[in-house]
Design a protein around this ligand. Structure first.
Ligand SMILES: [Zn+2]
Length: 254
């Protein structure tokens, strides 16, 4: 799970940006160690043990500017998750006083979806980047359906994969994702996904600027170190702020 590639982030979110040169080293190391790098839907459909899914959250413009060339270099594919209401705008969910990063527009998504080798799978990150498990049921369903439709109209391709904004989900939401016609959905999880695990709760591990090639190879082989949960809680004060704000305003989000 990557987010930004190279754009500066506020200190609370510094784990969420990887410089392009480091991404190059990371993907190079994974390839050298025999991993085939694929988008999430393709990886879930491929039972081979050497397949690793790459995901990039939030649809930042730096994905097109900096990540695609690196993917090409390593015969890698990836899934990019975009909140559809933010197409062509800025990351409205970034907590103040962050400089909000630009988000790719509809034409950019079409170009990415049309790349040779189907390098990029476009997935939904909801309509708005808000935790969906605290939205009223009808609102969550409407967001799931609308984001799928908007992204399919933009790309001309089926949108099969969904990524829960901020990672939060519950059983009812997972059922609604499936009922809207998605094939799979991913959370944050901070653990490796088991092959026989729930396709609508695919767990991921965060890759950040602290992962040199050795650390990354260890992460994908063994998962995060056991002490991570405490670190994780300490590292995401900004996301707690977002969740509280969503609970307060959730009924007015349509
Ligand atoms: Zn996100």
């Amino acid at each position: 799970m990557f987010h930004s590639i190279g754009s500066p982030m506020p200190p609370a979110l510094a784990d969420l940006t990887v410089p392009p040169a480091l991404l190059d080293e990371q993907l190079g190391a994974l390839r050298e160690h025999g991993w085939r790098l694929r988008g999430l839907t393709e990886a879930l459909d491929d039972p081979a043990p050497d397949v690793l899914a790459l995901t990039f959250d939030d649809g930042y413009r730096d994905f097109a500017d900096a990540a695609v060339d690196v993917l090409d270099r390593y015969d890698a594919r990836a899934t990019l998750y975009v909140p559809s209401d933010d197409l062509g705008g800025h990351a409205s969910w970034m907590p103040p006083p962050a400089d909000r990063l630009p988000v790719l527009g509809a034409a950019d998504l079409r170009d990415l979806a049309d790349l040779p080798e189907r390098t990029v799978e476009i997935g939904s990150h909801g309509a708005q980047h808000v935790p969906m498990d605290v939205l009223p049921r009808a609102t969550a369903t409407e967001h799931l359906a609308r984001s799928k439709r908007v992204l399919e109209d933009a790309t001309g391709r089926a949108v099969r994969s969904m990524c829960y904004p901020h990672g939060y989900h519950a059983a009812g939401l997972r059922r609604r994702v499936a009922a809207c016609g998605y094939d799979n959905a991913c959370e944050i999880g901070h653990r490796l996904h088991a092959r026989d695990g729930d396709r609508f709760a695919v767990s991921r591990v965060l890759v950040g600027p602290q992962h040199d090639p050795d650390a990354l190879l260890d992460l994908v082989a063994h998962g995060p170190a056991p002490l991570l949960p405490a670190v994780k809680r300490a590292a995401y004060p900004a996301w707690r702020w977002v969740r509280r704000a969503a609970r307060r305003t959730g009924r007015n989000l349509t």
